[in-house]
Write a protein that binds this ligand. Structure first.
Ligand code: AHR
Length: 513
């Protein structure tokens, strides 16, 4: 069936007649072996701008409704997202953070200047207790980033003791004095962050030695088993991964990687909401390039760790645009459009393929910073298109990954990248239900999809769709429901074959019965 749709070109500028194209997907429903770890859906919360203060934490005396100081609206939205793991306190902030400033009575905690992020005064009212209690309330694993750049071995060793020791030890007793009797369980410990940059400007050889030294004194107390993560490479720095794996691989459980969808680090990064078709398709190409980057880091790890003992953690990823006009440049507050939603869906589709080695991903960042789930403005809160992708995709957490072959048209985009116009992923959950998420990134053309299910039979299908009138549509505080998921009714199954018509620029998640 072919039909013509009247569609709009992006930015609402031009009306054009859109044609419908075709694509074929084959889901290997009988070939799944790997589980998609729920930690692929991890979050990151840094002391940066209004991520923590105003975004998550308002304090018990705030007029903004809160649960023990955590704003109620944000807490409930995160609970609904099933956040599996949260990284904190940075980022660059982590290597200037001295955890002892953030414990004890809040009115007696010393202040500091947040040198990395706009010189804002940090009053340390959100510290270890506030973070770990939040994780307990959300039911997520904490991922604590330790200070290697400007902190001592002793300081990091004592932090681990403070958080996790049940014994009659100095730090456990200090924790008790501060109101927490039982130790927390803390699994993930980052030993520094971006140690090649804001975390100490080190060479990989030097950092490898430091890693070994710091990691030695981070102990496992009373049944708590640390998963120690070395500060890894940025983007295309394969040498960093190689040197660390060679010199310290035997002492780590994981190594991190950072990859941002960003135009560059010098000058303007482009507006989050005003962009051309060329910018949009470039963004899709750049975000998809993570696949090649993952493959190359993984190849080095496979060579140096053939038994797959060390996990790769992409503990920072997402879009990085110019800050919104009239906001503080160092606070990295950016809007979030349907374009960002596609960066989320395309990235998650790729991450699902590499979970043999890739065990965690943390999008940057959870509230009010970079590619956020949530934006706040005083008492107001809005869920971003990226939030909705994470909500639609949560069905894939801890499900069995099912390979998908995609036949679709491609286009050449800026920087000489070839871009398939359809992306997809599939999984089977613990109850045997198959979920399929598909993105049609073409802004002009709908797509008629034919989906074959190898090794499975489906009788019915339900779904949700995320789309909008324009590719640069976003949810504002005044219009919070511009880009929200809606029921999707255009899928049908006949003789075991699933067919659906996906509108231009849409993301669909289907559940097969
Ligand atoms: O996420 C913002 C910053 O990006 C982090 O603090 C740092 O690790 C990275 O450069």
């Amino acid at each position: 069936m072919k039909r013509l749709l009247l569609g709009t070109l992006m930015l609402g500028a031009t009306l054009s007649l859109s044609a419908q194209k075709e694509a074929t997907l084959t889901v290997q429903a009988d070939k799944g072996t790997d589980i998609i770890p729920k930690e692929i859906y991890g979050q990151f919360a840094e002391h940066l701008g209004s991520c923590i203060y105003g975004g998550i934490w308002v304090g018990e005396n705030s007029d903004i409704p809160n649960i023990k100081g955590y704003r109620t609206d944000v807490f409930n939205a995160l609970k609904a997202l099933q956040v599996p793991v949260m990284r904190w306190p940075g980022g660059c902030f982590a290597d200037e953070y001295h955890w002892m400033d953030g414990i004890g009575p809040r009115d007696q905690r010393p202040k500091m200047v947040n040198n990395n992020w706009g010189g804002t005064v940090e009053d340390n009212s959100f510290g270890t207790h506030e973070f770990l209690n939040l994780c307990e309330m959300l039911g997520c694993e904490p991922y604590v980033s330790g200070n290697v750049g400007s902190g001592t071995v002793e300081e990091l060793a004592k932090w681990v003791e403070y958080m996790t020791s049940e014994g009659d030890s100095p730090m456990a007793n200090l924790r008790r004095k501060n109101g927490r009797d039982k130790a927390w369980k803390v699994k993930y410990l980052g030993v520094g962050n971006e140690s090649w940059g804001c975390g100490g400007s080190m060479y990989p050889e030097y950092y490898s030695d430091l890693y070994r030294r710091y990691a030695t004194y981070c102990r496992n107390y009373d049944g708590n088993q640390l998963f120690k993560v070395a500060s890894g490479a940025s983007d295309y720095d394969y040498k960093w991964t190689r040197v660390l794996m060679e010199r310290a691989g035997s002492m780590m459980n994981g190594i991190s990687l950072h990859y941002y969808t960003v135009t560059g680090w010098v000058g303007s990064k482009g507006s989050a909401t005003q962009f051309t078709p060329d910018d949009y398709y470039w963004t899709m190409g750049k975000c998809r390039e993570i696949e090649d980057v993952l493959k190359k880091h993984i190849a080095i790890m496979d060579e140096l760790d053939p038994k797959n003992n060390v996990a790769l953690l992409l503990d920072e990823w997402g879009t990085w645009w110019d800050v919104e006009p009239n906001t503080i440049p160092g606070h990295l507050f950016q809007q979030n459009t349907l374009r960002d939603a596609f960066v989320a869906s395309l990235s998650l589709d790729i991450f699902h393929k590499y979970t043999r080695r890739l065990k965690m991903c943390n999008i940057a960042q959870v509230v009010n910073v970079l590619q956020s789930m949530i934006l706040t403005d005083g008492p107001r809160m809005v869920l971003t298109p990226t939030y909705h992708v994470f909500r639609m995709y949560k069905v894939h957490q801890d499900a069995t990954y099912l390979p998908v072959d995609i036949q679709c048209d491609t286009m050449q985009v800026r920087d000489n990248r070839t871009l398939p116009l359809v992306s997809a992923t599939a999984s089977k959950d613990k109850n045997g239900k198959i979920h399929l998420s598909i993105s049609n990134i073409d802004t002009e053309n709908a797509r008629e999809l034919t989906i074959r299910l190898n090794g499975a039979q489906a009788k019915g299908v339900t779904g949700e769709i995320l789309t909008a009138t324009h590719i640069n549509d976003y949810n504002s505080f005044d219009k919070p429901e511009t880009v929200v998921p809606r029921p999707f009714k255009d899928a049908r199954i006949r003789k075991g074959v699933l067919t659906l018509t996906m509108p231009a620029k849409s993301i669909v998640t289907l559940e097969l019965q």
